[in-house]
Design a protein around this ligand. Structure first.
Ligand SMILES: [Zn+2]
Length: 219
């Protein structure tokens, strides 16, 4: 099926609106780019650890005061399971990304779709439909584009249910509402839904600053 120019523009507008909404509700890039160089360097160190190996240990990767400051910015999520760093979750979630013999948990569906480009490996995402709990998979290329087999309009989608709001960490407030839904299930009319390529475009744009940061602070 060929998509008309008009619907292409509509798709693009929906992606742009979602990027703005995500940036407004969770201004991670602005917080990191506005932070002191010490915090930026520690953040890049934690992120780089995730990209190269796995979750950094809960202690030792940076002084506690620095970790506390990054936690207060909601840039990292630190607990006994290690240090989570969006898009990577140290806590187990229902959304996993498999690549290059590794297996990581993502904070949410949009985050999962951003991981392949971040780690520069072709990946397979596995998750469950948030409604009926059936198993879903999605293949993503190393450049972050969703593989053809998952681009079909009949494929699974990403749903963004409006969160409860409040001052909690993004991983609770927003991420809990951003999941995958299978092609058979319907979601509430208040929810935003995106095709997998749209959601990947949103995620890749949201996290693009991280790659620049890793180049700025090589480890
Ligand atoms: Zn379902």
């Amino acid at each position: 099926m060929d998509i008309s120019n008009e619907s292409r523009l509509e798709l693009k507008a929906a992606v742009t609106r979602a990027q703005q909404k995500l940036g407004d509700e969770f201004p991670l890039q602005a917080r990191i780019e506005g932070a002191q160089p010490t915090l930026q360097a520690a953040y890049a160190g934690i992120l780089g650890h995730w990209v190269r190996e796995a979750a950094p240990p809960a202690a030792g990767i940076a002084p506690q005061a620095v970790l506390d400051a990054l936690s207060a910015m909601d840039a990292i999520v630190s607990d006994e399971q290690g240090i989570g760093c969006y898009p990577f979750s140290a806590r187990k979630t229902e959304i996993r990304v498999h690549f290059s013999g590794r297996n990581v948990h993502a904070m949410c569906a949009i985050d999962a779709l951003a991981i392949p480009r971040m780690v520069r490996h072709a990946s397979r995402i596995t998750a469950r439909c948030v409604v009926c709990r059936c198993h879903l998979t999605c293949a993503v290329a190393a450049n972050g584009s969703v593989e053809k087999e998952n681009q079909n309009p009949e494929a699974a989608r990403v749903v963004w249910e409006p969160g409860a709001g409040g001052g909690q960490a993004c991983c609770i407030r927003l991420c809990a509402g951003i999941g995958f839904v299978c092609r058979h299930c319907t979601v509430s009319p208040d929810a935003l839904t995106f095709s997998l390529p749209q959601a990947a475009a949103v995620g890749n744009a949201f996290f693009a600053f991280q790659r620049r940061l890793l180049e700025q602070y090589p480890t």
